[in-house]
Design a protein around this ligand. Sequence first.
Ligand code: TNX
Length: 511
Amino acid sequence: MKNVSTLITCFSLLLFMGCKEKRVATPMDLAKENLIPKPVGMVATGSSFLLSSESVIYTDQEFRAQAQTLAAELKEITGINIGIAENEDESKSEGIILSKKTTNDDLKEEGYELNIEEDVMTISSNHPSGIFNAIQTIKQLLPTTIDSNKIEIASGKIIDYPNYEYRGAMLDVSRHFFSVDDVKQYIDYLAMFKMNVLHLHLSDDQGWRIEIKSWPKLAEIGGKTEVGGTEGGYYTQEDYKEIVQYAADRFITIIPEIDMPGHTNAALASYPELNCDGKSPEPYTGMKVGFSSFCVDKEITYKFIDDVVRELAAISPGKYFHIGGDESHATKKADYVIFVDKVQDIVSKHGKTMVGWDEVVTANIKSSSIAQFWASEDNAKTAVEKNVKLIMSPAKKAYLDMKYDSITKLGLKWAGYVEVDTGYDWNPAAYVEGITKENILGIEAPLWTETVTNMNELQFLVFPRLPGYAEIGWTQDSLRSWGEYKTRLASFKNRFEKMNINYYKSSKVDW
Ligand code: TNX
């Protein structure tokens, strides 16, 4: 009799198990996950959320595109196909929920909350960009090696929002040209770390990189060259729009820069009438700076600039237009002031806010314009006196083209070596005396490409410093320390390798 009842019990148990395989959550510690940038708040609840082919993403109508992004990313990383459903009542007992119901005012647009429970993961934000940022976090919470169809994410709660509204990187496509696909790849790197600006340095002595329909020789002649005499290139306006859209889909704004009145040899070589003597110089493929200047006295110079700004502003949806303004050593000081004042008006006329390298503060710039600090602390202080906000890019800390140390082959060293710890361990709001967070729009890490000819070389200078700049922009200073950051960075080794990124294996990091 006893045996029979045991058999019956087993049979019913088998039946039960066969009907639905009960998931067993693995205890996991969310607080131990290595996220970059580090979130504002993170509380672990010691369990895990299971992602499976039965998972469904429920979304508000407004976040449908982000639901698709999330499904596509999850599919790519895990191979699992996850369905999407419109979520009307938000009372689902299983799945991933994208929701507009947030409880924290600090989230603004880019912030998000992530509530990870055993059966439900809820992503809440006020805006699609916040959901996008949460997706970047979720990607970092997934295991790097997916070896079964049991994919778990540590449970708990994350509340996260940025410290600075402007978190950027710059790519100099003038000294060496980078293709549309290369730029898209770069945008992916920025998106991964929640950066939201890509500043494109589109013109310099060595090359003009954007088609201007009213001045076609800029691209035809000015676009041909690059440093070292190899073949340059340029973006058609259609190419540029494609880049802008690709970036916008990732909540990244493209800021176009046309550097002037110096750094203009490529334009001067394309149109003789832009030169004071009416003669075009030879194209330039060296690495010197500070020898060229637009002719400040000529009317045609401003007609030219008006056309360029008009055409480029029309295809740049962001609010900023960068006019360069650096190292104008071949322009008289008084002329420089007249020039910047006029160009500032042209930029406003076309509906944009002017940004310039820190030298522009020596002109009569409006308090709504923005100065990008790179070298002169005096200029940075003048900016603050004029109530002009700053983008912080101190070359000694934030230049991605500086060598790591004396044996780094690529890069320059005029601002010193920037090891990974040097690049990370500084606070934009304490860098220049008298300049505080209120004066700062954000941070930007520029990559000048005199020595960088392809993506492999680019990766070597950009990684692993870029994640550090992203964290400086995103994470409050009080939550950051090099000693703790470097262990999180080390854990990215597998990700970098999986992404085929040629990163610098700094001895400062225990990889
Ligand atoms: C200075 S930073 C420049 C660039 C060079 C860079 C190289 C700045 C505003 N001007 O023209 O490419 O140094 O590090």
